[in-house]
Design a protein around this ligand. Structure first.
Ligand code: ZN
Length: 440
């Protein structure tokens, strides 16, 4: 099963998972994100085993081969062994779109929406994103970090091991940098991986009403250079939509990000159709929401995915936002997938439109409302999420050389993960080869 692999030092822990009833490796012979029919290929091994050493996966295969392996046999006493009988093992979820840097739920918005107000009406009446800003501006860095860390722990307990985390509720230089610092502080205390994103262009702050250009200049000339210089962010995001930022502003932000060596991604087509084609040339890692995409957009994204992985753009769908907003309309995942656009799923965890930390719940919504199969949903939430963060060289699948990040679910069949809604069947999580939760 494995080449002889001496421990590099005696502290380098080895972990062997055996008897995994269904091991979903997500291995693929094709480079790049999963597309089309390949999205549903889970690389399933029955009665699987995974060996990790020093936080990296060393070998993956059948349990009987692992137990017959000469290196494993001679080192068995030094290897921590976990029996996963009757359970499903898969890569830890990669939640590639979250907004955890906030301090309080938006309960007034919730009630107004129940009474019939729309997302845009609530925003115009003083609720929405801008109502979260005041709390974030007032919060200390450590209080904000505490909120972020609490969310990360809830995500971990439900099988998520990699999280993209955006700022975006500060909307001035100090509060945006403070949000990114808080995300960094929380990330250092959390075992999983966190990818920080600057979302200064999330909403126009009240004090810049009618002066979008001026605020965008602050994003481009102050926030992006400072965040890049201090390595506080890996990506820059923009909310480009009706009532949010224009296409021209989005291009300004993308250019500034590129100039400072940061990747780009955008919220797009959530509320209305926006032009996607002019943005594709900036090689966005991901375009998210995508409720109102047109045929030209789909053709451009499908063509983009035919070039090298460094330029591929993933369409990230966040159905929990549609669900929580009570919308009858969901993104047309089938049209995207069947046209060859790589699709990822993410929680969009945020206080206004998607207060959930649960990727299994997102998978369930994807199956029920987006008509994705359970297998497609799992691939979209693991390997394609990793591609959406440009981390697929180390995350998103269980194969030798990658980080040993796994989730073990107390179910006999992977289809049960989206099937059992509003509960948590995640039994354990392994991050960088270390056992995180022992609920088994
Ligand atoms: Zn979002």
């Amino acid at each position: 099963m494995t080449e002889a692999m001496p421990f590099r030092n005696k502290n380098e822990a080895a972990l062997l998972l055996i008897n995994i009833r269904q091991l979903l490796t997500l291995q693929s012979s094709e480079a790049g994100p999963r597309r089309g029919r390949d999205l549903g290929n889970l690389g399933l091994i029955e009665d699987g085993a995974v060996l990790s050493v020093g936080g990296k996966i060393v070998s993956v295969g059948k349990t009987k081969d692992a137990l017959g392996d000469s290196w494993i046999k001679s080192n068995r006493k030094k290897i921590r062994e976990i029996d996963c009988s009757g359970k499903v093992g898969l890569p830890g979820f990669v939640d590639s779109h979250t907004h955890p840097a906030f301090t309080a739920p938006r309960l007034a918005d919730f009630e107004q929406r129940i009474a019939g107000a729309t997302y845009e009406q609530i925003a115009e009446a003083g609720g929405g994103i801008r109502s979260t800003v005041e709390g974030v501006r007032k919060a200390t860095r450590s209080a904000l970090a505490g909120h972020v860390l609490s969310a990360l722990h809830k995500m971990l307990a439900q099988g998520t091991t990699t999280v993209e985390a955006k700022s975006g509720y500060g909307l001035n230089l100090d509060a945006e940098l403070k949000s990114l610092e808080a995300i960094g502080d929380a990330a250092r205390l959390w075992p999983g991986a966190v990818v920080p994103t600057l979302l200064g262009a999330h909403a126009l702050p009240r004090e810049y009403e009618g002066r979008e250009d001026k605020y965008v200049r602050i994003v481009c000339e102050e926030m992006i250079p400072r965040a890049a210089k201090r390595k506080l962010a890996r990506f820059v995001d923009v909310f480009c939509d009706r009532g949010a930022f224009s296409l021209a502003s989005t291009e300004h932000v993308f250019l500034a990000a590129r100039e400072h060596g940061l990747g780009v991604r955008a919220h797009l087509c959530q509320l209305s159709h926006c032009e996607i084609v002019p943005l594709v040339k900036y090689d966005p890692a991901s375009l998210d929401h995508m409720d109102y995409v047109g045929d030209d957009d789909i053709a451009a994204l499908a063509a983009q995915s035919a070039i090298s992985p460094a330029h591929q753009t993933v369409a990230t769908l966040v159905p929990a936002a549609n669900h929580f907003l009570g919308l009858g309309r969901f993104p047309d995942a089938r049209r995207l997938i069947d046209s060859g656009v790589p699709v990822a799923l993410a929680s969009d965890y945020n206080p206004g439109t998607s207060p959930t930390t649960s990727m299994p719940f997102v998978l369930s919504l994807a199956c029920t409302h987006l008509k994705m199969t359970p297998a497609e949903a799992i691939a979209a939430a693991t390997i394609n999420g990793a591609h959406a963060l440009r981390l697929a060289d180390c995350k998103g699948s269980i194969e030798p050389g990658k980080d040993a990040d796994l989730a073990i679910f107390d179910v006999a069949d992977y289809r049960e993960i989206p099937y059992w809604i509003a509960g948590n069947r995640c039994a354990a999580v392994i991050v960088a080869g270390a056992w995180q939760a022992a609920l088994m």
